[in-house]
Ligand binder design. Structure first.
Ligand SMILES: Cc1cc2nc3c(=O)[nH]c(=O)nc-3n(C[C@H](O)[C@H](O)[C@H](O)COP(=O)(O)OP(=O)(O)OC[C@H]3O[C@@H](n4cnc5c(N)ncnc54)[C@H](O)[C@@H]3O)c2cc1C
Length: 232
């Protein structure tokens, strides 16, 4: 089995690790030796949300056999990756005082709208996505848009379209990565003899896609192992 480094501890990196560990239990019953998995990340679960990674926002000198690149938007700037297809957009949501404790998603005609009660007297109302080249939209305009939609979809819980009638706790600007031309990148490459599996570009669906992405990475790894004889 291989020594594997996963770069990234967002939902993608952690899901890949989970799938690999699950598969190891299965393989152990077939008496195959386990992988050694190392997760290397700048930002970890529990750290403060920042613009540098996406996962907290939703409701190397490796020396190892395989490096899994699950670094999200950093793949736009990482040396040896510098993916020019990776366009970073801005997503805005607000955290507002609200007794709403359900979940609501509208997908269809009109903008994608989601409202999630957090069970602590607050709710997340989202979202507005804008491309960086369009320049920043004034916060007041974003609030008007969000509360107009909240009123339209859930008037019993958001009885006014006017932001002035709500207690906004925080305006959050998140950084999902967009890869519009080619979609999510799950691909095996080799750079200077280092085997790399890329797993990034999930844009607004990183949680939804995470286990599928993990399974695909595991499949690529297994395919690779069949080709090479890795020392234990
Ligand atoms: C407001 C908002 C709402 C969303 N809602 C949903 C939703 O409801 N459902 C859904 O499926 N998705 C949602 N998303 C999208 C989802 O959050 C992302 O698709 C997902 O989090 C991407 O995860 P990731 O692990 O690929 O990247 P990230 O979470 O960005 O993680 C990248 C990891 O790589 C590490 N890293 C990067 N560069 C380096 C470096 N140089 N050295 C070391 N470590 C590095 C970071 O520290 C981090 O650990 C939402 C996004 C936003 C902004």
């Amino acid at each position: 089995m291989a020594k594997i480094t996963i770069l990234g501890a967002g939902i993608t990196g952690l899901s890949i690790a989970t799938i690999l560990i699950q598969q190891q239990s299965r393989d152990r019953s077939r008496s195959r030796p386990p992988h050694t998995i190392t997760i290397l990340a700048r930002d970890l679960p529990g750290d403060e949300p920042s613009q540098r990674w996406a996962s907290p926002w939703a409701c190397a000198g490796w020396g190892h056999d395989v490096l899994i690149n699950a670094s999200g938007i950093a793949s736009a700037t990482l040396e040896d990756v510098k993916d020019s297809q990776l366009i970073v957009d801005r997503t805005h949501v607000v955290l507002v005082k609200s007794k709403f404790d359900g979940g609501y998603v509208h997908r269809g005609p009109g903008p994608y709208t989601y409202i999630f009660g957090r069970g602590d007297g607050t709710a997340v109302v989202g979202g507005v996505s804008e491309m960086p080249q369009n320049g920043p939209t004034p916060e007041s305009q974003i609030h008007q848009d969000l509360f107009r939609r909240a009123f339209e979809h859930l008037p019993q819980h958001f009885p006014s379209p006017d932001p002035a009638n709500y207690e906004i706790i925080e305006h959050l600007e998140g950084p999902p990565a967009l890869r519009p031309a080619t979609g999510v990148r799950v691909e095996r490459v080799e750079i200077n003899g280092q085997k790399i599996i890329h797993a990034y570009g999930t844009t607004i669906g990183g949680y939804i896609l995470s286990f599928g992405l993990g399974l695909e990475v595991a499949r690529l790894l297994e395919e690779d192992e069949m080709k090479m004889d890795v020392p234990n």
